[in-house]
Ligand binder design. Sequence first.
Ligand SMILES: [Zn+2]
Length: 187
Amino acid sequence: MRRFPVCACSTAHLPRAEHDTIDRLIQHAPRRSGRIIVDHPILAIEAHQYGFWVHLGFMDDWPERPDGLSPEFWALLADARKAGANWLSFDGDEPPSDRFPVFAAVQGEATGDAGESVNAATPTGKITIRCSACGSAEVMRDAWARWDDDAQDWALGAVFDAAFCEVCEKDATLSEQPLGGSQHTHP
Ligand SMILES: [Zn+2]
């Protein structure tokens, strides 16, 4: 038997979009020999009852942050790796740490958290995605979708790196910015 170290982290530190994407991957994961296969483009993920495990071995191949992971997600993985861990468990029951920003739950997920989960990064906790070249919000990314029998609709699966700006009319680099508090609020 071999011992190896793991870290635990509150799921509240995960940016909502990435958290939702992974939850959706787990929800729609196919099974192979009875086992759940979570088909994330970068990460090896194992679902558990209160969240999921991420294997940190991929960082041997990705010494720099891959475009498919947000800086916030990467910071958590890098911190666990630096602590010598092989796995990082994201756990909904783990209390958040004050070393990392907390991302509040969005629409319909409010379970009466008495407002203590306030995002440290932005006033609303929401972000917008813009073209790095021209600042336009008319940007899109490659992704795949999977049919959801329950929702009777296509559900977003993984989102890939390739992006396109409709204003520049060419491939684009995207940047995340805090939503609200800046120029683009309600008229
Ligand atoms: Zn552009």
